[in-house]
Design a protein around this ligand. Sequence first.
Ligand code: PEP
Ligand code: MN
Length: 448
Amino acid sequence: MSSFPDLAALHAIGAAQQPTYPDAAAVDAAVARLRRMPPLVFAGECDDLTAKMAAVSRGEAFLLQGGDCAETFDGVTAENVRNKLRVLLQMAVVLTYAGSVPVVKLGRLAGQYAKPRSSDLETREIDGEKITLPAYRGDAVNGFDFTEASRIPDPQRLLDVYNSSAATLNLVRAFVTGGYADLRQVHEWNTDFVRTSAAGQRYEQVAAEIDRAMSFMRAIGADPQELRRVDFHSSHEALLMEYEHAMTRIDSRTDEPYNVSGHFVWIGERTRQLDGAHVEYFRHIRNPIGCKLGPTATADDALDLAAKLNPDNTPGRLTFITRFGASKIRDGLPQLVEKVTAEGVNVAWVCDPMHGNTFESSTGYKTRRFDDVVDEVQGFFDVHRSLGTWPGGILVEMTGDDVTECIGGGEEIDEAGLAHRYESVVDPRLNRVQSLELAFLVAEMLRQ
Ligand code: PEP
Ligand code: MN
């Protein structure tokens, strides 16, 4: 493989979805600073995750990937991180126990601060006047406030991404290794408003069964370490060339480049051009990587991407994250899976049931229907089951809080109810109860 390209070479290719910074010297200074920062993750941890994703690609494990569409700097609080982790742990327990399958746990967090946008501009009507400003591109780039000053891209934010990611990952690591993820805490994760919901009560039953199984194990003298901690990894869309390039280091063990800002990074639907800068960057790093595939992706696109991104066909290296939409997945996915499988290409297939199902409510909120999310996952399972391939996992946008951003679910949130607590700065997330409900439904699909 050719050597790792420098930043200028990537920009010369022309990277999509990049901010236009007003001050080039300030960008250089931020990049230079980032290059000196310690890694947030170790290359060896990335390799561990590749091995786990290889198990997913072989049909021996299931991936649960979840977190915010866009993290925010303000959202970096102990409470917020704990709440998100707690619902991910609950979902993982449900999938592992009720679905009887090992679950690979991957946070969409500690780095998910940059957003691709379908339009460079955003227009709002304020006091009867239409005002157009640059679009919000995530806290990594500019501010969410709808003012001219706030929307100017600021490279100093790249350092805030690093610091916010470090703080988040540090807390997550403390939680998962320090006892919070201990299966003996399985009841503690089911607190407050969730506990009283139907999904929460169902969860209590699962937790009680796990308790009994653990008492049995203790009674026979078994106390495996696996019950006390979980493996948990971080992921984000590697979008901004400045940040991702600056956070790429040559691993001393292997002499290979790794992105050390997160364990798993993915290429978005808008930046997966075969001859684009993102694919060029991704083909050099050795992390486990994902690539989104939407309804316009052909089987040949998938094959070309696999050939370029994983020329050695290493199992666990490449994950295709499909996001067709509930109405398209049953028609669109089979040809991709069939051809990729027929060519002997090793990939893990993961379903993103969120991004093909977004629409604007009559009340003006970007939302999704819980039923569409479930239907797309069901379609994903149906397609893989009929082809004899493995539905390897789900990527969900979710939060540990009681927000009202997606319609439906057991709480029956309706269009009018969205206004109650809509907090997402970009895409609507499943709230905690909806996330747990989805886990139970997916566990049933896994059992069938
Ligand atoms: C996302 O995952 O938030 C996203 C923008 O997805 P996609 O690239 O599939 O549109
Ligand atoms: Mn999103």
